[in-house]
Design a binder for this molecule. Structure first.
Ligand code: NAP
Ligand code: HSE
Length: 429
């Protein structure tokens, strides 16, 4: 192979990740021709604001705000989409693939909704479409699921895939902070975005779970299939009780391949303090994968940020360069060859942590136990503490129960005068 191959690429977006990719490619400049057999040259960078972007690059002449200049340039082999959002990112990626250009993207919002269409276009036009950075930033997980673990039937993928919420819950656990204070700290330190809704309501994690489940179970799961619940109702008191009972509270994305369908959900969850995911703290992410051959595996690292995310993007670009040189592009495309049903939450079984305020008098605990018993809910652990003069706080953990049965019991409690408040209802792993 000659040593002077040059693969020309275009970057769409020069924000956090785009700048990281620019820097990472520069950092690999001297080694890449030995590592992958070619030099990667950024020929164009698409931005909205040319002046702002000019401060970030050594060669501002490569900046443009004209997409046509890129899609119509036959020298551009790879388009790296780092603009985010649905449009025009979707149209640009489809046009690039249809023009025979390979595409790399970190755009989880778009891939969780339209991944199938993008992968089908890639296949039709003989291109690669890679998106390692879309889930858990710098942590390799899509490639392991599609390639290294392909010899398994994967039964479960579960993880902490949102750094902002993990940082908030860590501060609540380690410093006893309440949610609002921890969120403010996350914003002050630059973890939480100006509008933190997608993070704290579990939407960002939900998109990642859709992408993970599709890759793990070979069946398409889209964001709309994923049940999402955020961390805004978690209190320092819940975390304290959980700790006392041997658990930590984490925002977990859970995808399971069960005989009667796929479970795909994101919600706060109590996890045993001895589980490897319980020790994943601050803004770190981790994904736990269970396969029938490999058994338990865990992938850990930085789930976001300029350089960690760029690491995954540049890994994809280098893979495509190798495929181009070996003339084997489109080798690994869509791996969803099954159509499995996705279960509704009502069909799912879970254990529950329930914290409730009740009248502090004899017979109340027996009444609570009887409502649970009448609704097929069995209790595994109970703590009762007197809070005020006439009110007690009961905290209990149930055995595995169908979500439907638990909700029926809660409805009964809501109509009982001895139950003053159901303060928390959190699933248990
Ligand atoms: P960002 O900082 O907001 O940067 C977006 C860039 O795209 C900006 O340079 C923006 O230009 C440009 N842009 C947006 N719309 C454009 C348009 N229509 N035409 C031309 N340029 C446009 O975003 P980011 O954090 O780098 O995220 C990029 C993608 O990576 C998103 O899909 C995100 O979900 C994903 N991701 C991010 C992280 C992370 O840690 N940040 C981690 C994993 C995945 P202007 O500045 O001129 O508006
Ligand atoms: N907002 C995300 C997080 C990073 O907090 O993990 C981008 O995926």
């Amino acid at each position: 192979m000659s040593e002077n191959h040059v693969i020309k690429v275009a970057l769409l977006g020069l924000g956090t990740v785009g700048t990281g990719v620019y820097k990472t490619l520069q950092g690999q400049k001297d080694e890449m021709k030995f590592k992958i057999g070619a030099d990667v040259e950024i020929k164009h960078i698409l931005v909205r604001n040319l002046e702002k972007a000019a401060q970030k690059v050594e060669n501002p002449e490569i900046l443009t705000n004209d997409w046509n200049q890129i899609v119509n340039d036959p020298e551009v082999s790879i388009v790296i989409e780092l603009m985010g959002g649905m449009e025009p990112a979707r149209s640009y990626m489809l046009q690039a693939l249809q023009a025979g250009k390979h595409v790399v993207s970190a755009n989880k919002d778009l891939i969780a909704a339209d991944g199938q269409e993008l992968l089908e276009n890639a296949q039709e036009y003989g291109c690669d479409f890679l998106y390692e950075a879309a889930v858990a930033g710098g942590i390799p997980i899509i490639r392991p699921l599609k390639q290294c673990l392909a010899g398994n039937h994967i039964t479960e993928v579960m993880g902490i895939v949102n750094g902002t919420t993990n940082f908030i819950l860590t501060r609540m656990t380690q410093d006893g902070m309440e949610f609002e204070d921890a969120l403010k700290l996350a914003a002050d330190l630059g973890y939480a975005e100006a509008d933190p809704t997608a993070d704290i309501e579990g939407l960002d994690a939900g998109r990642k779970v859709a992408i993970l489940a599709s890759a793990a179970f070979n069946s398409r799961v889209v964001f709309e299939d994923v049940y999402t619940e955020g961390i805004t109702k978690i209190t320092a008191t819940d975390i304290l009780y959980a700790k006392e009972m041997g658990w930590d509270i984490k925002l977990l994305g859970v995808a399971r391949n069960t005989p009667d369908g796929i479970e795909a959900r994101v919600h706060p969850m109590l996890i045993e303090s001895t589980h490897p995911l319980a020790s994943v703290n601050d803004s770190y992410n981790a994904v736990f994968v269970v396969g029938d051959a490999v058994q338990d595996t865990m992938f850990y690292g930085r789930g976001a940020g300029e350089l960690p995310t760029a690491s995954a993007v540049v890994g994809d670009v280098f893979d495509i360069v190798r495929n181009i040189l070996a003339d084997c592009c489109g080798r690994i495309g869509c791996t969803c060859y099954k159509t499995l049903p996705v279960k509704k939450m009502d069909q799912i079984k879970s254990k529950y942590f329930i914290r409730m305020q009740v009248e502090d008098r004899f017979g109340v605990l027996a009444s609570v136990a009887s409502v649970f018993g009448n609704n097929s809910v069995s209790i595994a652990q109970v703590i009762q503490k007197r809070k005020r003069k006439d009110s007690a706080e009961i905290v209990l953990i149930t055995d595995l129960v169908k979500e439907r049965h638990l909700k029926d019991a809660i409805k009964v409690f809501e109509g009982m005068s001895i139950i003053k408040e159901i303060s928390s209802l959190i699933r248990v792993y």
